[in-house]
Design a protein around this ligand. Sequence first.
Ligand code: FAD
Ligand code: UQ1
Length: 415
Amino acid sequence: NKNFRVVVVGAGPGGLSVSSTLSELLGKDQVAVIEPSDKHYYQPLWTYVGGGLKDFNESVKPMGSVMPSEAEWIQDRVTKLDPDNNQVELSNGERVGYDYLVVAAGIQINWDQVKGLKEALGKDGVTSNYSVDSVKKTYPFIQDFKGGNAVFTFPNTPLKCPGAPTKITFLAEEAFRLNGVRDKTNVIYNTSLGKIFGVDHYGKVLQRLADERGIQMNFQTELIEIDAANKEATFRNNANQAITKQPYDFLHVAPPQGPPSFIKESKLADAAGWVDVNKETLRHNKYANVYALGDCSSLPTSKTAAAITGESGVLKTNLIADLKGEKIEAATYDGYTSCPLIVGRQQLILAEFSGYTGQPLETFPVDQRQISNVSQYINKEIIPSLYWGGLLNGTWTGPSKVRNALKCFRPANLA
Ligand code: FAD
Ligand code: UQ1
């Protein structure tokens, strides 16, 4: 059995932002990163890929090229967590021991929870920006669309980037206008939620925009089945249990999601299956040498890479204090998250807020509810560099310092 000072599970933005800093601090052979995939994906780009505004290749890098040089990459999958023995088990049966564990394994997509989805995906107008293969189909299907029903769904589960299903709806609606098929098209957005966006501060603006663009909204409406042969989708209304069938010519699915099974089945899970951490310190509520961040954590904010920027800074401060045996006042996470709401090829509403309080936490000294082409440029061209060159190597821990520095420019009438 190998033993490490710190073991990190997963090399998405959560795992890399932490392992880069810790491996630099502790030196060789001290930090292991367990990650099966040989590719790392910048998933926030996938909305732009689906909308035809970015090439898929810009969202991928070889895992070896983003792995911290001082960390040991164990290219395998964790199958079991054994926190009572400070060990994890790999798919090859080996065990890896740790003093401290950081879990950052992301969210699991449960394609099977919609009947017929797996078979239908990627063919005959059925697509999803939520997978590596199908995201490449979205734009070709939008361009091939000749009119009829364009249907978009939002699942009845937690999901990563809760704005993503809405963003692709707006981008597709605009594309149908540009392609001259909009007047023969019903754009239908079926969401399991009771409103378009969880935070009303931005949601009200978004709803007004959806109305202006003629997007039909159906609330509490959950996709339960796809009949690809007949191009028909089945929905359940979760307010009155009514079942409706809807013919589609284009269908974008945001699939049901949930905690990874190996976490759900472990002692680290809360009742819902997420890694049960303190929402301020990111330390596990029962096992003091375990931390988690990102999509697999129980942190009650919306699951985004933007949230991970803030989470990673807090986690590292607290874990480094543990490693050094220092008694410091714990760093605390405020629930910061962001949803760059792309509403057109050159239009974006940069929602930034605390998922804990619902209060806006805006970086720039303007009312960010305004549609902005500058925000679109920042999100499309600048934030990707901040991700690859700042978040992954541990130096970018979110915009809170920028926000504080710019505060003096903020008009008094803004929140
Ligand atoms: P992930 O990035 O999913 O990484 C988890 C890693 O763990 C993976 O590499 C995986 O291979 C590995 N892993 C899984 N299981 C195991 C195991 N058993 N053992 C070892 N390793 C394992 N966020 C934003 O901030 N802004 C956006 O605009 C935005 N848009 C998005 C649009 C789309 C279409 C999607 C899909 C996501 C979007 N996101 C956005 C969300 C963002 O991509 C995620 O929140 C972020 O990637 C989560 O990072 P993570 O490290 O927690 O998990
Ligand atoms: C951010 O830092 C980040 O990660 C690098 C994102 O994820 C892709 C974001 O979406 C956002 C909004 C931020 C915040 C950065 C700024 C400059 C507001």
